[in-house]
Design a protein around this ligand. Structure first.
Ligand code: MG
Length: 377
């Protein structure tokens, strides 16, 4: 059994970063790099907890930090990229937003294992990221529970993949009609039944845009056509996803919802280590499945549409959604306006294949400007 690699955590104070450090501690893994967006008291605590980890922040410290921290601290986006390129590491990318794209490319170019929780890396970066992995010898492994499930189902399978089925909890608005979506409040959209997550991803679960982005990620991660990716609503979130093979056999991965399970597998997989998940007892449990309501949740098909268009379209989808979700959370637009805004932005954007990260970020910025213009009200 080969030892798991030393760990670099990007976005170390976020939800994924915090849980990654818990898993790394329990497994006794060496944490060699910690990066956050801005210097904070929490970063100072982490610096004390991990005395030989390099530290990096995007922003400069606003006030005085303890000397033992500043001595180990590098700042700026280049410092984050350099940390992601630390040789022989597994780089957990829990950065939020397009800021995660560059360090992902740096990790892959350095031949590292990239444990990916940053959605924008594959959604916006797409084939650029796959090319970087091929060129640098790096490998992308998923952190997201659905993609981890698919990865786990594919271990030991040399081929014969026919179809992926991503499960979706359906979010807090499952069962509502399209008409009822017009009056959804922020509190209703934020009340996710099974997973605890940040506000954007929680709203994205309510619109099913989160699943749409996961479909695009699955297409890139597993090299499978959009026609062979399906989504099934499974409110209990016990089956994390399924894989169908050409002989009709279907494999699924199950477990109580706990992000530390896929995080651990991203660090150690395909090897298994003891974990903390609650034991799964299926006796007396009802697991239910339904087709998604594509009329009430139009974001799902907008994801398939953008994915099939390819090029900058998925980056535009993501950027428009981020702007629209922020406007919804600010009380500026209604819940159903999120999908309308994304659709309008996609309609007004011409297809183009980005040749560089700079072009992806340009498309992202242009989509954000257009989204702000097109917001209703
Ligand atoms: Mg997920």
């Amino acid at each position: 059994m080969s030892a798991p690699r030393p760990v670099v955590v990007l976005g170390a104070t976020g939800s994924i970063g915090t849980q990654t450090l818990q898993v790394a501690d329990r497994l006794g893994l060496h944490v060699v790099g910690i990066a956050t967006r801005r210097p904070s008291d929490r970063l100072v605590q982490l610096a004390e907890r991990y005395p030989d980890a390099a530290l990096a922040t995007v922003e400069e410290p606003a006030g005085d930090l303890p000397t033992p921290v500043t001595r180990r601290l590098a700042t700026g986006v280049d410092a984050i990229d350099a940390m992601a390129a630390t040789p022989g590491t597994v780089v957990v990318n829990g950065v939020v937003g397009c800021a995660g794209l560059r360090p992902s490319l740096a990790a892959l170019a350095a031949g590292n294992r990239l444990a990916l929780a940053n959605k924008e890396t594959l959604v916006a970066g797409g084939t650029l990221v796959l090319d970087a992995a091929a060129a640098g010898g790096g490998a992308i492994v998923p952190v997201d529970s659905e993609h981890s499930a698919i990865w786990q189902c594919l271990v030991g399978e040399p081929g014969g993949l026919a179809r992926l089925v991503l499960t979706a909890s359906g979010g807090p608005l499952r069962g509502r009609s399209a008409a009822a979506m017009e009056t959804v409040t922020v509190a209703e959209a934020l009340a996710h039944p099974t997973w605890e997550m940040g506000p954007r991803i929680t709203v994205d679960s309510a619109t099913m845009m989160n699943k749409a982005l996961e479909v695009i990620e699955a297409h890139h991660l597993f090299g499978i056509d959009y026609d062979a990716i399906d989504v099934v609503v499974h409110p209990q979130s016990v089956i994390h996803s399924l894989v169908e093979f050409v002989d009709g056999s279907v494999k699924a991965q199950l477990g109580e919802p706990d992000m530390r399970v896929p995080i651990q597998y991203a660090l150690t997989g395909p090897q298994r280590r003891p974990g903390t998940a609650a034991p799964l007892d299926l006796a007396g449990r009802e697991l239910t499945f339904a087709a998604p309501d594509r009329i009430a949740f139009p974001c799902l098909d907008l994801g398939f549409l953008a994915g099939r268009r390819g090029g900058i379209a998925p980056a535009v989808l993501n950027a428009a959604d981020e702007v629209a979700v922020a406007a919804f959370l600010d009380g500026k637009i209604g819940f159903a306006d999120i999908a309308r805004t994304v659709e309008a932005v996609l309609e007004r954007t011409a297809d183009r294949s980005p040749a560089s990260v700079a072009e992806v970020l340009d498309a992202d910025a242009a989509a954000r400007r257009l989204s702000t213009e097109l917001l209703p009200g």
